[in-house]
Ligand binder design. Structure first.
Ligand code: GLN
Length: 196
């Protein structure tokens, strides 16, 4: 059993899929619903779902400040709604962690293009394209100086970014069977080894 313990915020949304992927890459997955469940974790994933619901539940469960405190030193990855929660600015008022220096536009693709899949070029993962699933996805519309863009759509829109030990993806790597993003998060963003 691996020593690496990765929390998955399990308030709402696609957290079980992240747990399965973490186990696949050799980490222990721990569901987080309460502040004390962050104790002893090496990293945390905030899943996709509905960012307003996740944010509201995080407030109700007294998690916002403990999550910010955890994220100060530990690697955190937000997918889709999780990316929204990590952002400093989303142009509207809802509970956020407000950590990454990015501006995010929620539901950026509108009703017509609710969900889609596409192959992304992600240099940090190697040459093979990454098949990305977008579901009522947000887009990054601005990145600050310390933020590295990891992937763009063909039209140039930013869909993956990293700021030090924080990672954000607008799509859902946990819904594919390609574990490269989970490995990248643990090994490169988190400096956590060994991983299968
Ligand atoms: N549209 C959702 C939101 O704004 C995010 C969708 C997702 O996480 N798949 O929170």
């Amino acid at each position: 059993m691996s020593d690496i313990r990765v929390g998955v915020l399990a308030l709402q949304g696609a957290f079980i899929e992240h747990e399965k992927m973490l186990q696949q890459v050799g980490a222990q997955a721990v569901e987080v619903r309460l502040p004390q469940q962050l104790d002893g974790l090496d990293a945390l994933i905030i899943p996709g779902g509905e960012s307003t619901t996740i944010g509201k539940l995080a407030v109700d469960f007294g998690l916002l400040e403990p999550l910010r405190e955890f994220a100060r030193h530990k690697p955190v990855w937000g997918t889709c709604a999780g990316m929204i929660l990590l952002a400093r600015d989303i142009g509207r008022d809802q509970p956020l962690l407000g950590l990454m220096d990015i501006t995010v536009n929620r539901n950026a693709f509108g009703r017509q293009v609710d969900s889609f899949e596409t192959d992304l070029h992600v240099p940090a993962l190697g040459l093979e394209p990454f098949h990305a699933v977008f579901i009522r996805a947000p887009l990054v519309t601005r990145v600050g100086d310390g933020v590295e863009v990891l992937a763009r759509l063909e039209d140039g829109s930013i869909v993956a970014a990293r700021q030090g030990h924080w990672l954000a993806t607008a799509f859902h790597p946990e819904l594919t069977d390609d574990p490269r993003f989970h490995r990248y998060f643990l090994q490169e963003v988190g400096n956590l080894v060994p991983v299968r």
